[in-house]
Ligand binder design. Structure first.
Ligand code: 5GP
Length: 399
């Protein structure tokens, strides 16, 4: 990748200018592996390659889900282990999400057994300061020290939780438990979204704990290296093997298998409503075919459509758009595919479809979570605006 001068260097990565693109940077991951805030350090030839692949694949998945990230492209098949990212000012926090008690959490909370499921997920913040071993910091501390605003703390928590759920879903499909995860955020330095929080840094096999089959002793992540009583070539080779396995598994994450939605309007009077459902499905990235057929006027055609569509598409499902239940029940009786009632609010109909596909498809699972999070945020924002208005002195003119 074309890169300019080096602008920063961390324990496992190097940041460069991107020539001619001041709003972007190049991130290169190195072969270094370290633990104990750099107290233990080694090189594993090829680790940078695997780390860049893992990061690129994770970020590509998250971008597909609609999570705002700094990742633009690269990292997967570029020999220099480099990816192009949007330039941002990093917030000096490690945001840790925990779904299972492990690591520093059980050290700090000895009454909670290692392996305990944490529901709801726990969010912890650590101030990035190697010299002081990244001390934990509370949301109030973050705001009090002007590290981030209360809104940003809320957004970081929400996004970190969403990222955890998405990656947890992807790993679960590979019979692996995502135990915990560390992410970092930055503020975009330019462009129309300047100042917006985005998921930044890298997410690779150093960033999480993963236990295949839920069994800690089968771990595949950096904890293997942290736990080594002695580091020799054979041990490092075993660590590298695990990193290779993880990069390969993560390579299968960003695959979308959305299936096909057959949206059937019950007669011409339901075509507009069917189009609205098609629009809502398209917003979630679901492909559709459209037909008009009526159980009362053209029952033979309904049957013919079911047979034709089922013979043509895998992962097919029907959406019956009608003011009554006749079309839906006819489709349900005739077809072996799932049938949804498309008579409701289009966004809700589309979400119900995405939820079903999201059982298998991590991208759609993520898009569903994000749609729900946005809906929650809209309600909260509307309430906040209303409270602002309510607290203005009487007679104050609103802009
Ligand atoms: P713990 O606080 O239990 O040591 O770590 C929680 C999670 O954050 C683990 O998944 C761990 O791998 C990750 N983590 C903690 N500190 C760092 C760090 O400095 N760098 C990276 N990449 N991950 C970290």
């Amino acid at each position: 990748m074309n890169k300019g001068i080096e602008i920063a260097r961390g324990k496992t990565k190097v940041l460069y200018e991107s020539p001619g693109q001041p709003e972007q940077l190049v991130v290169a991951q190195t072969d270094a592996i370290s633990a104990g805030d750099g107290a233990r350090r080694h090189e594993i030839a090829g680790k940078g390659r695997l780390a860049a692949q893992t990061t690129a694949r994770v970020f590509r998945l998250l971008n597909l889900c609609g999570i705002p990230t700094h990742y633009v492209n690269g990292g997967e098949d570029d020999d220099d282990n480099e990816m192009l990212v949007r330039r941002c000012t990093m917030i000096p926090l490690e945001v840790v999400v925990r779904g299972v008690a492990a690591g520093s959490f059980v050290k700090r909370n000895p009454a909670i057994a290692r392996g305990t499921i944490l529901a709801p997920r726990l969010i912890e913040f650590f101030f990035k300061d190697d010299a002081n071993h990244d001390p934990q910091i509370s949301p109030d501390g973050i705001v009090g020290q002007n590290i981030a605003t209360p809104q940003e703390v809320g957004t970081m928590s929400e996004l970190a939780r969403l990222v955890f759920e998405i990656l947890s879903h992807a790993w679960r499909k590979r019979d692996t438990l995502l135990v915990d995860l560390k992410v970092e955020f930055g503020r975009l330095t330019s462009g129309p979204d300047k100042g917006q929080l985005v998921l930044a840094d890298v997410i690779d096999n150093d960033s999480w704990r993963i236990w295949p089959q839920g069994r800690e002793e089968m771990m595949l992540d950096k904890q293997m290296y942290r736990n080594l009583p002695e580091v020799d070539d054979a041990a490092l080779a075993r660590v590298k093997e695990a990193y290779e396995q993880v990069a390969d598994l993560v390579g299968t994450f960003p695959v979308m298998r959305p299936g096909m939605a057959a949206v059937i309007a019950d007669g011409p009077e339901n075509v507009d409503a069917a189009n609205a459902v098609v629009g809502a499905l398209a917003q979630l990235g679901l492909p559709t075919v459209r037909h008009v057929a009526s159980p009362s006027t053209t029952p033979g055609y309904v049957l013919q459509l079911v047979q034709q569509l089922e013979a043509t598409f895998g992962r097919l499902f029907f959406v019956a758009v009608s003011k009554d239940d006749a079309l839906r029940s006819m489709l349900a009786a005739m077809s072996s595919s799932p049938v949804f009632d498309g008579g409701g609010e289009p966004g809700e109909v589309a979400l119900a479809c995405a939820k079903m596909l999201g059982l298998e498809d991590t991208v759609l699972f993520g898009r569903t979570l994000l749609t729900q999070a946005n809906a929650r945020a809209n309600v909260m924002n509307a309430d906040a605006r209303l409270q602002q208005v309510a607290s203005l002195p009487p007679g104050t003119a609103l802009a």
